[in-house]
Write a new protein. Structure first.
Length: 111
């Protein structure tokens, strides 16, 4: 999975640079988040602007990251969801679990 990481202070922005987040590649994101948590970086923003499709594995990776961040008194926030991806979050009611922002700047300002 293509991931681009940017650090703004103690917040890490992970941009998922794939059109699909599914069983084939979501494990990579999960591993990357665990590595960041191990390094003590527990404030994450996941930018999903290029993701056009997400399945249960992709959602599972994000939920796993959310739980791990919360357990470490950090937070995981999402931004820039495409309409199809947003509808998956609404369908699964995960939009009530995650803080979801329209832009990266809004997500960063919420910390």
């Amino acid at each position: 999975m293509q991931l681009a990481m940017t650090e703004k202070g103690d917040i890490v922005i992970i941009s998922v640079e794939e059109e699909r987040m599914d069983a084939h590649n979501s494990g990579d994101l999960k591993e990357q988040m665990l590595q960041l948590f191990d390094e003590g970086k527990c404030s994450l923003v996941i930018d999903l602007s290029t993701v056009r499709f997400i399945d249960s594995s992709g959602l599972g990776a994000l939920v796993s990251g959310f739980k791990n961040a919360s357990a470490r008194e950090g937070s995981l926030k999402l931004c820039c969801l495409q309409p199809q991806v947003r509808s998956m979050f609404e369908l699964t009611r995960l939009h009530r679990v995650f803080e979801i922002f329209t832009t990266q700047d809004e997500a960063l300002a919420s910390f």
